[in-house]
Structures are given as C-alpha cells and as structure tokens.
Ligand binder design. Structure first.
Ligand code: PLP
Length: 472
C-alpha cells in the first residue's frame, strides 16, 4: 500500500512541478489507442506487480489527454485543482464514505451542509438556503428543472401537459437537456433572443410568456446566465428575478462557470441580484480550483429538493432521516454518493477565503489586460468587452483583404500553430455568426507573459498568413 501510495504521490508531484514546461494537450487517433488497448480480448486473468500497472497508466494512458490545469490551457472552461483538493478526493475514496444518508456519514454530511452554507452566503442567498453537491453543472441544472417541475405540479401530481421554460440563446446546452429530462416537450422550450449585448432582457421574456399564456401554455421556469460559457456574459439578474416573481416562474441562475466571480468586487457588481434566485448552479470544478467532479445546486428552500426527490423504501428504513438530519440522497438523483464537499472544504480551509478571492481576481485581471492588449493590436481585436474572465477575440477585418484566407482559416492556423509548438491550447467559437477565438482564465498559475506569448505568436501567424510575412 505504501509503495503504491508514495509512488502515486511522487508521480503527481512530478506532473505538477513539470506542468508549465509540458505540452497542454496530447491527443491520439482511435486506431492508435485501440492498437495499444484492444477491445474484444477480455480482462487479464492474472495480475501484475502494482508498480508495473502504475507505470503503464502513467506512460500510456494518463498523458494522452488534456492537461486542463496547464497555465496556458485557456480553452473551453478549464479548472486548476489545488493540491489539498486533490488529496481531499483521495481521502474521500480511501475512507470509502457513503454519503447518501446521515446515518452513514454524519461528519461528511455536516461538511456538505457547511460548504453549501458558505456558497449561499457568498451569493447573498437567504440563510434558509441549502442544496446538494452533484457531478457537475449539467446534473445541477437537471435537478433545478426537476425542482421547478415539482413546484409547479405541487409535488408529484402530473405536470401540466403544456409546460414551457425560457432559456437565453446564450444559455448552456445542458439547460436544454435538463428540460428534456424534466419531460418538457421540445415545443415548450423557448430559446429567448438576447439583446445586442448578448443579455437576456425582461421585455423579451415577458413577451414570450404572454404569447405562451395566450396559447394555453403553463410557463414554468426562467433560466438566466451568470457567466455564459461562450462570452462570460451575465444577464441582468435583478431585472429577471422581478420578471420571474411577477410571472410566477421558478427563477434559476446558471452560475456553473461564473457564480464564484462574486468573490471579486467586479464580479459582485456584475452578478448583482444572484441572491434573488430560487436556485443557482455552481461548479467548483470550474472557478473554485477543484478536480472533477464537483458541481452543486443551491436552492432558497431545501424542502423543494426533498419534495421532488424523497422516496422511502423498506430496505432503507433503518437509514431514514431523523428530525434535523439530512439524507442527501433525498435531495437529488443519487443514492450512493461520494463525499464531494471534502475537497472544497480542505482547499478553502487550507488557503483561507482571502487567497481564494485573490485567485479569482487574478482571472479578472488577466481578462481585462488581454482586452486592452487586443485593442492595441494592429491585427487582432476583442469581439465584445471581456466579461468575468472570458475574452472573445478575432483577427481584424482590415487585415483580411480580398484574396486573403478567411478569418476562420487564419483562426484555425493560429490554433494549430499554438498546438504544434506546444505553447497553448485555446478554443474557438461562433459569435454574431462569425468565427472567433476565446480565452477563459481560471488558473492562478497563468501569468501575463503566458498570455503575451500566445498573442504575440497569433500576431505573427496573421502577418505570415495574410501578407506572406510582410508586416501589416
Ligand atoms: C454555464 C455552464 N452551465 C453548465 C455547464 C455544464 O457543466 P458540467 O460540464 O459540469 O456538467 C457548463 C460547462 O461548461 C457551463 O459553462
């Protein structure tokens, strides 16, 4: 046990200390992976020395993947776990905590309650708020949708046949999947257009709700963005909370990526009103420096969760929750649950909230500085102002004269060059119908000179692509 444990920790520390000098991503063709680990041959009948198995995992499996916590992995929404959080995950597994019931895990359940309480305080939700840890934001959004459904149908009575939900055209795809899971017919999912600044406005929601009521639909839930994945945009949350309240809709805020931005004062201003939500999705495995999987849903009234999910069974009667006890299996879809709150608790307890705030502020700083740097560039520009820690940028139109490669082609070349040189991984998107590139800054180890190196290389690529190396 010790030999394997020490070797594993040594390997993790070596990975950690070498990360900056490593490549941010390594892929492989399915054919090559299948040659190494063929299908259809059955599991090995005989075992091997654990060191040999570990070496193989370290050599042939684990590196063929993204290093999402690489300081220059700025694509999608990454995460950069702290070491105490990684150790927290190991402890949760090693102690084999079953966190479905209070009886089986009073200590861990109290820690989950405490961490959820921290989160709801950070967001300014009422002190009665609580929630449940989940595998991630998708699961939390699905639980929110099921809570809204249960509230609408007053428990488990039938859902009105024509229930409708309202999601911004900038909303995350998991909200649409969540609506499906909750049995909302596709015709009941309203993708409401955002305004020119990509924000969902009261008027657009009210118009859609009025149309639906006139046509016999029962409006159920309004979902707002607290940090849209594409752009980091935050919807006007107070304004939308008012609409939801006026229309009797469950007001859900998807803060999977951006919710923890409240810990910075610029984020608190942008996210003003988030505490008015009926439910909020947060992903500690995005901007709270946690390893996968770590998501959660907060609700104003945790009884909504138990009304939606609690079911008693004969074989679980010994574990039924007593007064004041919380069975987290009554708050979501999992009976058997791992102890996910421990990693967050260990991480925040070790570093303190002030260090967490600083790490989050670093993301804001890098995003704003990137925006400034892009505005000063002769060949690149931000597409929209930086929002939270996301910056969307592109090659300037005046660098693409007739006959030059398309903007999308130059963007692919930039991505390819960053990848081929092993410098960075960035992802692309479409905004206002046009191809764009983006940065998402959540890693405290990302330095300004990392960003500068990426942008300088991108500028060189543009010059080479467009003018055959002449300066523009
Ligand atoms: C805004 C938003 N909501 C929901 C999700 C889904 O979260 P998860 O991938 O943890 O299921 C994401 C993931 O990127 C997200 O950015």
């Amino acid at each position: 046990m010790r030999a394997l444990g020490y070797a594993t920790v040594d390997a993790l520390v070596a990975r950690w200390t070498g990360l900056r000098d490593d490549i941010p991503w390594q892929g492989a063709a399915p054919r090559d992976m299948a040659a190494r680990f063929p299908l259809g041959q059955g599991a090995p009948e005989q075992g091997r020395p654990p060191g040999e198995v570990l070496d193989e995992a370290l050599r042939d499996i684990l590196p063929i993947a993204s290093r999402v916590d690489h300081p220059r992995f700025l694509g999608y929404i990454p995460t950069a776990p702290t070491w105490p959080s990684v150790m927290g995950d190991l402890l949760a597994s090693g102690f084999n905590i079953f966190q479905g019931t209070w009886q089986s895990s009073a200590g861990p359940s109290q820690i989950e309650l405490q961490v959820l309480d921290w989160f709801s305080q950070w967001l300014g939700m009422p002190s009665t708020s609580s929630g449940v840890f989940t595998s991630g934001g998708s699961a939390a959004n699905a639980i929110a949708m099921l809570v809204a459904r249960s509230r609408l149908s007053e428990g488990h009575a039938a859902l009105p046949e024509r229930a409708s939900v309202y999601v911004s055209d900038q909303g995350h795809s998991s909200l649409l999947r969540a609506a499906r899971i909750a049995g909302i017919p596709d015709e009941g999912i309203r993708i409401v257009p955002s305004d020119q600044g990509l924000r969902l406005r009261a008027q657009a929601v009210q118009a859609a709700v009025a149309r639906d009521r006139a046509e016999g639909w029962t409006p159920m839930l309004l979902a707002a963005n607290a940090g849209a994945t594409n752009t980091g945009i935050v919807d006007p949350l107070s304004e939308l909370a008012q609409v939801a309240q006026g229309e009797g809709l469950h007001f859900h805020v998807d803060g999977a990526y951006g919710g923890f931005g409240v810990l910075d004062e610029r984020g608190a201003a942008a996210l003003e009103g988030i505490g008015l939500a009926d439910s909020v999705t947060l992903d500690p495995h995005k901007w709270l420096f946690q390893p996968y999987e770590s998501g959660c849903l907060l609700v104003r009234d945790p009884r909504w969760l138990s009304t939606a999910f609690e079911i008693t069974a004969d074989y679980l009667r010994d574990a039924r929750a007593g007064e004041d006890e919380v069975n987290f299996s009554d708050r979501g879809v999992q009976l058997t649950r791992r102890f996910r709150a421990l990693k967050v608790w260990m991480s925040v307890s070790t570093f303190g909230l002030s260090a967490v705030r600083e790490a989050i502020s670093h993301g804001f700083d890098l995003a704003l500085r990137s925006e400034e740097r892009l505005r000063a560039s002769e060949v690149l520009e931000p597409v929209v102002p930086a929002s939270l820690s996301v910056v969307v940028w592109r090659v300037r139109a005046d660098c693409l004269p007739e006959g030059a490669p398309t903007r999308a082609a130059v963007h692919r070349r930039i991505q390819q060059t960053l990848s081929d040189t092993g410098l960075a991984l960035i992802s692309s998107t479409t905004l206002f119908g046009e191809d764009a590139l983006r940065f998402a800054f959540v890693n405290p180890a990302t330095r300004w000179d990392d960003v500068e190196a990426i942008l300088a290389l991108a500028e060189t690529v543009v010059r080479e692509e467009v003018r055959g190396g002449e300066s523009i």
